[in-house]
Design a protein around this ligand. Structure first.
Ligand SMILES: [Zn+2]
Length: 261
């Protein structure tokens, strides 16, 4: 049984064949998928597809404001987020994607930190973990979360940090999201980290339709089915049987998102 901890199945690129894709996921052993949000205007779209799908795949979600779309976020959306979460909506298991991204154009780090801090406080208030998007800002993210005494943990999606940064996030109770990047042989550091860090530190993800795995052309749509090859590569690298690894990673994801079995 597999859990795609990070996938954007609500994006319109999946509108034409979402149901068939979910059937395929179910057949491939992918039984849980978590959809993190990007912008407030898309929260209703995301919420409308949560729950148990006909195929049997359970779709969970997170609500939040993604740093990549910095310009479209307004302060009032934070209040709205807090209000929605107060109603304890079914199948919403985290706040996110939230985080810091220094690779975007005009990154306005102060505003990014303000939005991340506000979302971390909202998450803490509702006892929810965070799904973090972090690019070239791992140290800043760690120090911000430490300063806020954030204790709910969560997932650092599309893990790309150093060994030290990995340990800092693990100490804060976070898991590291491993996806399509692992399929590239040139991903030397990631491949080494996947073999050296404790197995409890990882969860699987695809970030579909983004982050195409090796073999898929840039710009081509990625899907949650990529999870199967990521698992197989991880199993080879760690010399750990696939089935047992899948089971461990599923438990890690449940733990990170506080989903009881
Ligand atoms: Zn994402």
């Amino acid at each position: 049984m597999l859990f795609d901890s990070h996938c954007h199945l609500d994006f319109p690129v999946f509108d034409s064949d979402r149901d068939q894709l979910l059937e395929q996921c179910h057949r491939a052993g992918i039984k849980h998928i978590c959809l993190p949000a990007t912008e407030q205007c898309h929260w209703p779209r995301l919420q409308s597809i949560l729950g148990r799908h006909n195929s049997g795949v359970h779709i969970w979600g997170a609500l939040g404001l993604h740093p990549y779309f910095l310009r479209s976020h307004k302060d009032e959306y934070l209040e709205e987020l807090d209000q929605i979460l107060s109603q304890k909506p079914e199948n919403i298991v985290a706040v996110g994607e939230a985080g810091l991204d220094l690779l975007i154009e005009n990154p306005d780090i102060e505003r990014q930190e303000e939005l991340l801090a506000a979302q971390a406080l909202i998450a803490a208030h509702h006892g929810l973990p965070l799904i973090l998007h972090v690019r070239k800002a791992h140290d800043q993210t760690v120090s911000l979360l430490r300063k806020l005494r954030f204790r709910e943990g969560g997932i650092v999606h599309a893990w790309s940090g150093s060994d030290q940064q990995a340990q800092a996030f693990i100490n804060l109770g976070f898991k590291l999201g491993i996806g399509g990047s692992l399929t590239y042989e040139r991903a030397k550091r990631l491949r080494r980290q996947v073999t050296e860090l404790p197995i409890e530190a990882f969860v699987l993800e695809t970030d579909a339709p983004d982050i195409p795995p090796a073999g898929l052309a840039r710009g081509q749509r990625n899907t949650p089915l990529t999870l199967v090859s990521v698992l197989s590569i991880m199993s080879g690298l760690r010399q750990f049987p696939e089935k047992a690894l899948a089971c461990q990673l599923l438990n890690n994801t449940r733990k990170a998102l506080k989903i009881p079995s």
